[in-house]
Design a protein around this ligand. Structure first.
Ligand SMILES: Cc1cc2nc3c(=O)[nH]c(=O)nc-3n(C[C@H](O)[C@H](O)[C@H](O)COP(=O)(O)OP(=O)(O)OC[C@H]3O[C@@H](n4cnc5c(N)ncnc54)[C@H](O)[C@@H]3O)c2cc1C
Length: 512
């Protein structure tokens, strides 16, 4: 068998792998892309964020991928690619439910939190319907002339004389490839395992698992609120046009609506609670949803969508590889590790990895060597580890506080502080790709203040919820507000209407 030779082999054609391959091709590399499945296929990880949109726009400009720009806002997405399904995402919405009781709130919105991220549906961020978007990106890969092999898995990997020898299988056929570099975009770290790089979640604090799928016939949350005379008059947007988080004793439920009649929904459950639920995923799902009358109403006429046609169950979500790069290989962030869907950091983190890996390879394209920028991959590895630990801190504090909504709303503002400051840095053109970590995880002050708040929350939440005095909760709110004050251009913890935030990065006057 004669081997085909490439500069770089990208393994895994999720959006991150395809975008990396497209960028490398623009840089002049001879690229191979291998995917084990066939598009369109079901994929999870759908709630995008303003940061993801910013990176998409930057990638579009920097690598001359102008068609990519339209996917950074709902309006332009609809103008150019209405055939690629997605959903409007105006912000993050949280509703705190009580077991056995229908959802109730009050005029002070004491059990709701809405944080707007965009000012209009046209300017809006999006929920990505991954079967369509990932298939579209692969169609661009094919159109560009990049060699793409689907339904293909790498069966062996050998590094000899400074090159990789890859053996890959498609059904009964074997192919041989060789490349200078491999980029692991498998999400799962499948290739890292083949390279003997262990993955472990032990040093991450968050401990959750998930049950999820796509559904049709799911009643809109706004309709339910209206039917139950819960006013949405103060809302800056329709909550079904957002990333909906229903906070539960067991964890939380996400709901992400798409414009093709389907809705992504998933339970993220604290692991110790999951262990007490029925082992069977359908039974566990029914059990939890059935405990919350409002959610049971929403799902009453819902059924699992034809694609994927089943519920999925994932064991502990947290994982981190021990290495992110090595001789002749580098992994994208989602391959290197993952914390949790809370705060929707995954897509943006993955794109920030695409951005950094392309930057690393910017100088070698078209030359014989295919060498990335020296030292930058070591910086990238340190940054990815730091980012995963930082996200872990932001997420785990939310799990610790989620049964006390006042504490939760206060702690969650730490995530928005990090996100807004990172967005602002990018919008003002101050972002330094070599030195600024994702979400400013290496900022001289923000991570330290978040650490302090986390430690405080650990102490507060060590007591049973009913025993946390109101003054302790209020003191924590004042403390957080004071800590974030130098980094709080959006008036977090001080909205005109309690728990309703209309201020966003987009309307802070920075975005063109
Ligand atoms: C339960 C859950 C919910 C999430 N929710 C969100 C969210 O709401 N918002 C958000 O921003 N992020 C979310 N994420 C994170 C998000 O899924 C990831 O950030 C995103 O999917 C990463 O994209 P990717 O292209 O790097 O990897 P993936 O989407 O995982 O794609 C990897 C591709 O590689 C292919 N592949 C795998 N192994 C091989 C192999 N051996 N050979 C060839 N191909 C291979 C796969 O088939 C797939 O097509 C969630 C994650 C989980 C687990």
């Amino acid at each position: 068998m004669k081997e085909k030779r490439y500069d770089i082999a990208v393994i895994g054609a999720g959006f991150a792998g395809s975008l990396t391959a497209l960028g490398l091709d623009q840089l002049g590399y001879n690229v191979l892309l291998i995917e084990k499945e066939a598009h369109p296929r079901f994929a999870i990880g759908e709630s995008s964020t303003p940061i993801a949109d910013m990176i998409l726009r930057d990638l579009a400009g920097r690598y001359d991928l102008s068609w990519l720009y339209s996917f950074s806002r709902y309006g332009s997405w609809q103008d150019h690619h209405p055939e690629v399904a997605c959903g409007i995402k105006r912000g993050f919405s949280y509703y705190s439910h009580r077991r056995g009781r229908p959802f109730r709130t009050d005029e002070a919105h004491s059990r709701e939190l809405l944080v707007a991220a965009s000012v209009s549906n046209r300017q809006s961020d999006t929920n990505w319907y991954r079967p369509d978007l990932d298939a579209f990106l692969v169609s661009k890969v094919r159109e560009t002339g990049i060699d793409y092999f689907d339904q293909t898995t790498v069966t062996s990997l050998l590094r000899t004389a400074g090159r990789w020898e890859l053996e890959a299988r498609r059904e009964k056929d074997f192919q041989l490839f060789s490349s200078d570099w491999i980029i692991d975009a498998t999400g799962s770290g499948a290739l890292l395992h083949q390279l003997g790089i262990p993955s472990a979640g032990v040093d991450l604090r968050t401990r959750t698992s998930a049950i999820f799928s796509h559904f049709t016939g799911l009643k809109p949350w706004q309709s339910w609120l209206r039917e139950h005379h819960i006013s949405t008059g103060d809302y800056p947007y329709n909550p079904d046009f957002s990333a909906l988080h229903h906070l539960l004793d067991e964890g939380w439920l996400w709901m992400l609506r798409f414009n093709n009649g389907t809705t992504s929904a998933g339970l993220v459950l604290e692991q110790y609670i999951r262990a007490r639920l029925p082992e069977n995923k359908q039974a566990a799902w029914k059990h939890v949803i059935g405990r919350y009358p409002s959610l049971a109403d929403l799902f009453e006429k819902a059924s699992v969508a034809e694609l994927p046609g089943q519920l999925f169950s994932a064991r502990r979500l947290q994982r981190r590889a021990q290495k992110v790069y090595g001789e002749g290989w580098v992994a994208l962030p989602h391959t290197a590790g993952f914390v949790d869907p809370l705060h929707s950091t995954g897509i943006a983190h993955s794109l920030s990895g695409v951005e950094r890996i392309l930057y690393a390879f910017e100088e070698g394209g078209g030359s014989a060597s295919s060498q990335p920028r020296s030292d930058f991959l070591a910086t990238y590895e340190r940054a990815v580890f730091r980012e995963l630990r930082f996200i872990d801190l932001l997420v785990d504090g939310c799990y610790k506080t989620r049964r006390n909504f006042d504490l939760f709303t206060t702690y969650s503002m730490l995530y928005f502080t990090a996100a807004i400051n990172y967005e602002q840095k990018r919008l003002r053109g101050l972002f330094d790709i070599e030195n600024d970590a994702f979400l400013l995880a290496n900022h001289p002050r923000i991570p330290a203040l978040i650490h302090q708040c986390y430690r405080e929350v650990q102490e507060i939440s060590s007591r049973p919820d009913s025993e946390i005095p109101q003054e302790v909760i209020e003191k924590f709110r004042v403390r957080v507000k004071k800590e974030i004050a130098p980094f709080n251009p959006a008036g977090l913890l001080d909205p005109d209407i309690p728990n309703i935030y209309e201020h966003t990065a987009a309307d802070l006057g920075c975005e063109k």
